[in-house]
Design a protein around this ligand. Structure first.
Ligand code: 13P
Ligand code: SF4
Length: 309
């Protein structure tokens, strides 16, 4: 039998009380399990959560997400305690590029600035010129005066950006294993079974999937788009955790996922017991050497300085 959020009511109340007493802001990514999204102060995409971390006046941030997200919070809010409830929650894509790899690209394409997707380690961000998220990637790249850019680490997001900007884009050959494995055929089947649905895909999907859909959006972008749409049925090509907010915000709308196991195991590693334990023990604290933090901060701040829509 699967649990529903009501099975967690008492534990959620306990966690909320603890967080208040200890002056902790709880952030949760849109892919987390429903009960975690239910207990968070703020749920959102990578960009929204980075902004929330940078702006909070709470003394600690408990990040329900993967390691690079908690690192971004620690980079942006160095005076705060940043907690990741489960240190096993990583992102395979974030480990696909290193500072050494970036230096190689710089030697190959001298003068081209490096745009690092936020799904990277602090050290990789520190070695880059500016960060982007899936919500602002095209805008970030267009903000640069250069005619050539280096985009790391996601080849799929990179080729999507390249198709939308008038610049020469040099791509690192990394990917999100979960989004990358959704095949074009699965997407085609889903679209032909639901011809009246509006389709959305995350830019981490392969180009052959992206070219079939109506909208290419970040997870936050999908939530906004559906909220403001008069359509009733949507095909959603991203991690299934997003269904929690989609259904909560739009109880009368229907959401269809392609026939594919769209689950990021890393995003599901943070359990409600981990959250409660982390609040009690104040572990695991994310710390970053100050020289790396300072350089990574410059790249993230440069991104955040770009006016938002
Ligand atoms: P968003 O910034 O769109 O939420 O994406 C983060 C992520 O890890 C997607 O796989
Ligand atoms: Fe990383 Fe992909 Fe999981 Fe996002 S969905 S955290 S990119 S592995």
């Amino acid at each position: 039998m699967t649990e529903s959020i009501t099975d967690y009511t008492a534990q959620i109340a306990r966690i909320r009380k603890l967080a208040q007493e200890k002056d902790v802001l709880i952030l949760a990514h849109n892919y987390l399990n429903d009960e975690i999204q239910a207990l968070a102060d703020i749920t959102g995409d990578s960009l929204a959560l980075s902004i929330a971390a940078a702006e909070t006046d709470k003394s600690a941030i408990l990040f329900c997400g993967v390691h690079f997200m908690a690192e971004s919070a620690a980079i942006l809010a160095p005076e705060k305690t940043v907690l990741l409830p489960n240190m096993e929650a990583g992102c395979p894509m974030a480990d696909m590029v290193t500072p050494e790899g970036i230096e190689k690209m710089r030697t190959q394409y001298p003068g081209a600035p490096v745009v690092a997707y936020v799904n990277t380690t602090a050290a990789t961000k520190a070695a880059s010129d500016i960060c982007c998220t899936s919500a602002n990637a095209v805008k970030v790249v267009n903000s640069l005066p250069d005619k050539e850019v280096i985009l790391v680490p996601d080849r799929n997001l990179g080729s999507y950006i390249a198709s939308r900007v008038d610049k020469v884009c040099h791509l690192w050959d990394g990917c999100c294993p979960i989004h990358d494995e959704l095949g074009a055929d699965k997407m085609r089947e889903c679209l032909s079974s639901h011809p009246d649905a509006i389709s959305m895909a995350h830019p981490e999907c392969i180009p052959e999937v992206l070219e079939q859909v109506d909208q290419v959006l970040s997870t936050g972008g999908m939530l906004n788009f559906v909220r403001n749409s008069s359509h009733s049925t949507f095909i959603v090509a991203t991690e299934r955790g997003i269904a929690c907010q989609l259904r909560k915000d739009n109880p009368d709308k229907t959401f269809i996922f392609p026939d594919y196991e769209f689950i990021c195991e890393d995003m599901k590693r943070v359990t409600i017991d981990d959250v409660e334990s982390s609040l009690n023990t104040f572990e695991h604290r994310i710390t970053i050497p100050e020289d790396i933090r300072r350089d990574a901060h410059r790249a993230l701040e440069r991104m955040l300085a770009i006016p938002r829509d």
